[in-house]
Design a protein around this ligand. Structure first.
Ligand code: SAM
Length: 435
């Protein structure tokens, strides 16, 4: 497909998302099913344009003076793919599947649209109702932090040290031009595609099938390190989901000691068994999902309890931009209630002197420091550690420890990683010691 057709298809998909309140991935699949002539390259180009439009929705709408699917797709094509008006006109003229030619008003908007007078939520491309939360979290940098959450994310991989080394995996994947991640000593970064270009799909690689690496954002890798888990320890992962952090913990503990993986939802936990096997993780016991008495025998015995809490996922907007415009005040309220519930469930498992580690992939203070503050008010036996203290107690290299101990990353009760600050997804980590 030529670019005119790609823009037209993106307009259709954006309209479907808006009209039918569908997730972007479902709308893209529906489009592909009804347009079987489109090849996989076309489908990923259309997907890229749709996701770029959603990542940058507020700023495109401001510049274009309209929030319609057409304005968003054309604006994303010009703003994110760097196509000037002349080339845009040529691209549209060269393809009979193009949308209607640009109007004079669109041409003026594309030429002169500016964000100079735009409010922070437009410059930062986040929902207006979250402005107070962003202002509180980022003290004068809300627009910049939001804008960094609106850029395509790289593909980050975690070397599975139970089976390989970073150097070997980088050789396995040399055709993707891998680079070492700056902070995680076992992370590998592949750059995302630009414009219509595909991002690397590494899950069909032999090295993946052999369990030598996992796809995992560098921030998530760091969160696993920040638990301080070490070989020989007893660790409970009570929101294990499909096991992303469980696998990282198994590698960190070198298969020595015991990890107990559990989740409130049996469907989410179901995927963990196959992943554990592929990764060669042998020190993980998966406890029966849903039933919290499945953890009763662990009470007071754990060195580390990880609560990788359910959250709004605001820190992952680079990867899931449609979620950004769907998140609601009600969803935020529901998640904070879940977070309080799961902290209360996890706390009794920690042994005296042990650590409760609270993690979210959110940047909203309501889900982060506020939850920790509410928890310690109810459970005075737990005290949040200073980031410099819990960072020092990890197996991270000294340069990473120095970077993560930077006071600029510290919040009242923990540590906040963001795309702007650390080049990772947005992750919050608080470590509480049981006195
Ligand atoms: C952020 S996800 C976990 C991701 C996973 N740890 C990983 O690294 O791939 C949060 C998980 O918390 C689970 N959850 C939600 N409420 C819960 C509760 N009250 N008790 C236990 N798990 C809960 C959800 O089912 C979900 O799998």
């Amino acid at each position: 497909m030529k670019h005119g057709g790609i823009v037209a298809a993106a307009i259709e998909v954006l309209a479907d998302i808006e009209t039918n309140h569908r997730p972007a991935s479902a709308a893209l699949t529906a489009w592909a099913v009804s347009h079987r002539f489109a090849g996989s390259g076309d489908r990923s180009a259309i997907g890229n344009l749709v996701f770029d439009a959603l990542r940058n929705r507020a700023s495109i709408a401001w510049r274009m003076g309209a929030d319609t699917p057409r304005a968003l797709a054309i604006g994303a094509y010009a703003q994110c793919w760097g196509v000037g008006i002349d080339r845009l006109d040529v691209a549209f003229a060269a393809d009979r599947h193009s949308p209607e030619p640009l109007t004079d008003a669109e041409k003026i908007a594309l030429r002169t649209g500016s964000l100079d007078d735009a409010p922070d939520w437009v410059k930062g491309d986040y929902p207006e109702w979250l402005d107070p939360a962003f202002a509180a979290a980022f003290d004068g940098q809300a627009a910049e932090e939001g804008a960094a959450l609106a850029i395509r994310a790289p593909v980050d991989l975690r070397t599975n040290t139970l089976k390989s080394t970073r150097d070997k995996v980088m050789k396995d994947l040399s055709r993707f031009e891998p680079a070492e991640t700056p902070l995680s000593p076992i992370g590998i970064r592949l750059q995302p595609g630009t414009g219509p270009g595909r991002s690397p799909n590494v899950q069909s690689e032999a090295a993946f099938r052999k369990g030598r690496f996992e796809v995992q954002d560098e921030g998530s890798q760091l969160a696993a390190y920040l638990t301080g888990a070490a070989p020989g320890q007893q660790v409970a992962d009570v929101c294990a989901g499909a096991g992303g952090k469980t696998l990282a913990l198994a590698a960190l503990t070198g298969n020595k000691g015991q990890i107990y993986a559990w989740d409130g939802d049996r469907h989410r936990l179901a995927g963990i068994h196959e992943r554990l096997q592929r990764a060669g993780a042998r020190n993980v016991q998966v406890r029966e999902a849903g039933k919290s008495d499945a953890l009763a025998d662990l009470a007071g015995k754990m060195d580390v309890v990880l609560v990788d809490a359910p959250c709004t996922g605001t820190g992952t907007w680079r990867r899931r931009p449609d979620a950004k415009w769907r998140v609601s005040e009600k969803a935020l309220e529901d998640r904070t209630a879940d977070q309080d519930a799961v902290l209360a469930l996890a706390a009794p498992l920690v042994k005296p002197g042990g650590r409760l580690v609270y993690v979210t992939c959110s940047v909203l203070p309501q889900e982060n420091d506020a939850r920790v503050a509410a928890f310690v008010a109810a459970e005075p036996a737990f005290a949040p550690l200073e980031p410099a203290v819990f960072v020092a107690a990890t197996l991270l290299p000294d340069e990473t420890k120095a970077r993560l101990a930077d006071p600029a990353l510290a919040t009242r009760h923990g540590l906040q990683l963001t795309p702007l600050r650390t080049g990772t997804d947005g992750f919050y980590v608080s470590v509480l010691e049981r006195r």
